[in-house]
Design a protein around this ligand. Sequence first.
Ligand code: SAM
Length: 333
Amino acid sequence: VQLEKKTKGKLQKQICQVVLEHFEKQYTAELGDAWSSVRDVLTSPWCWQHALLLNRFSWSPGLESSLAEQGYQPAFPAALPYLPAAFRCYSRPAPGRFPAQKHQPGRLKDYYLLNAASLLPVLALEVEHGEDVLDLCAAPGGKAVAILQCACPGHFHCNEYDDLRSRWLEQTIESFIPDPLINLIRVSKLDGRQIGDLQPEFYDKVLVDAPCSNDRSWLFSADPQQALLRLMQRKELSSLQFQLLRSAVKALRPGGSLVYSTCTLSKAENSDVINLVLNSCRNVMPVDISGMARGVSQEFSFLSGMQQHELLVLPERGRAWGPMYVAKLKKVS
Ligand code: SAM
């Protein structure tokens, strides 16, 4: 309680009422009773948590004992066989933030701070050594770093359309990945919708961590007019997401698979987009990820009633991870 009061004082962000009212209507209809506890977490930044993904390429001797002293414990203990031994992530039920490390040219960072739910798309992708991998919407690079903690791809193509964010992505890669592994990584600044035509049937795995309505940050929009405009343009996001997915399907080799993820609760940007792909691309099949979801069910709270190829992480107090939607598809021919 003491910590909550202290952190609450520091995090007096203003909730944007227009967005909250909109979410209230939409998510009450879509999530039913589950929405009120999700709303409680999303509107209480002082109870948000962070996890640390340790960098297997930069081992810092005192780090793990210092984490243990501060109440951090290894996350995902039961998630094997989805995780290699080198993959180490720490979290704690208490809120608060471990200090971020500054970028220092020529020096690798020891850990990446993230919302633990953002590791789920990476676990679902199950990258194996030597596979050719495309991260279609990669900046700032958290999931790219996580992929490289799991395996060493043959080629790793990280793409980001936005110029500024692409530079941020390059900086992240430089900060976490050493020579000579860094030479396997290609960073491009393409519109992800074109990559399927530019490199058809080239990749074994594609991650589509799509641009979406970011529920957490939209709730704290500083400018209500701009927030309203964003809400009105929400439909365009579903169309962009569908086009990115179609491009990802083209870029996959037959037998390859893709993972789609967003950090919104919105059905229109999640299940509806995936259903549209399944209904319009005959060579695509859903892949069951319910085993993985069971493996991490201690750490995350999921919306019940989802299909086996998808999951939706609902933030709750003490497990304030998400929102995160994940779906997995396979290209059969
Ligand atoms: N995967 C990233 C990570 O884990 O750090 C986060 C990706 S973020 C959810 C989505 C990204 O997609 C944004 O950086 C956005 O600039 C980028 N984006 C938007 N439109 C795009 C497009 N047409 N092609 C490729 N990337 C795009």
